[in-house]
Design a protein around this ligand. Structure first.
Ligand code: FPP
Length: 242
C-alpha cells in the first residue's frame, strides 16, 4: 500500500515481523537487572503496535519468547512469564480500544494453564476487531513449528484423508501456526545481531531483512520509518527478473 508519511510517499510493507532483541543490554547500560529491560521491552511493544498501524502496516508479528529461551536463568524466565501474564490480561482492554486483533503462535503446551487461559480470553475478546493484526510468537521455534506441521500432515496421510500427491507448498503453509497470515514482507531485527534465530524460517523465504543497532526498548516510530525507507530501496523479484 502506498502511503504518505511525513511528506514522503512510501510503499508500506503489509506484514512486518520483528525479532525483539536488546532488552538485556538496554538494562545493563542502566546498571539494572535484565527483567527491567524486558519490562521496558513490553512497553515498547505496546507503543509499536500503535505506531506501525498509524504508518499503514496491517500485520505485525513479534518474537517474544523462543523455544530456546527456556535455557535462561529461572529468575529471568519467571520474570518474562510474569510480564507476559500481565501483558496478556492488560491487553484485552487496550486491544479493544485500539481495534487490534491479537493472535498467539508457538507451542502452547509448555505454557502455564493460566497463561493459556489468558491467551484464549484475549484472542476471543479481539477476534472481531478490524485494525492491526498483532501476532505474538510465544514458545515459538520455526523448526518446531515445521515439525508439528509434518506430524499433522503425516497423520492425515496415515488415516487416508490425504494422498502424498496432495502435499503442496500451500498445503504445508496451511498447517503452520501462521496459516491465517500473509508471509512477512519485511523482517526487522534490533540490537545489531545479524541472524534470524529460528524465527519464521518457512515464511521469511522472500522477505526483505532490515537489521538495526537500536536496542528494542529504544525502537521508536522514526526507526520504523527508517526500516520502511530501507524496504523502499529494495527491489523485490521473488526469484524472477525485472
Ligand atoms: C530479547 O532481548 C528479549 C527477549 C527474548 C525476551 C522477551 C521479550 C519481551 C519480554 C518483550 C515483551 C513482549 C511482549 C509481547 C509483551 P534479550 O534479552 O535477548 O537482550 P540481550 O540480547 O541484550 O541480552
Amino acid at each position: 500500500m502506498k502511503k504518505e508519511i511525513d511528506g514522503e510517499t512510501y510503499e508500506v510493507p503489509r506484514h512486518v515481523a520483528v525479532i525483539l532483541d536488546g532488552n538485556g543490554r538496554w538494562a545493563k547500560k542502566r546498571l539494572m537487572p535484565r527483567n527491567f529491560g524486558h519490562k521496558a521491552g513490553a512497553k515498547a511493544v505496546e507503543q509499536a503496535c500503535e505506531d506501525v498501524w498509524n504508518l499503514g502496516i496491517e500485520y505485525f508479528t513479534v518474537y517474544a519468547f523462543s523455544t530456546e529461551n527456556w535455557k535462561r536463568s529461572v529468575e529471568e524466565v519467571t520474570g518474562i512469564m510474569n510480564l507476559l501474564r500481565d501483558y496478556l490480561v492488560d491487553s484485552i482492554e487496550r486491544s479493544c480500544r485500539n481495534n487490534m486483533k491479537v493472535h498467539i503462535i508457538g507451542d502452547r503446551t509448555r505454557l502455564a494453564p493460566d497463561i493459556n487461559d489468558a491467551i484464549d480470553k484475549l484472542e476471543d475478546a479481539t477476534k472481531d476487531n478490524t485494525g492491526l493484526k498483532f501476532t505474538i510468537a510465544l514458545n515459538y521455534g520455526g523448526r518446531d513449528e515445521i515439525k508439528r506441521a509434518v506430524q499433522a500432515i503425516a497423520g492425515e496421510v496415515k488415516s487416508g484423508t490425504v494422498d502424498i500427491e496432495d502435499i503442496t507448498e500451500d498445503m504445508i503453509s496451511s498447517h503452520l501456526d501462521t496459516r491465517d497470515l500473509p508471509d512477512p514482507d519485511l523482517l526487522i531485527r534490533t540490537s545489531g545481531e545479524i541472524r534470524t534465530s529460528n524465527f519464521l524460517p518457512w515464511q521469511l523465504a522472500y522477505s526483505e531483512f532490515y537489521f538495526t543497532d537500536v536496542l528494542w526498548p529504544d525502537m521508536k516510530r522514526e526507526d520504523f520509518i527508517d526500516a520502511i525507507r530501507y524496504y523502499n530501496g529494495r527491489e523485490r523479484r521473488f526469484g524472477g527478473v525485472k
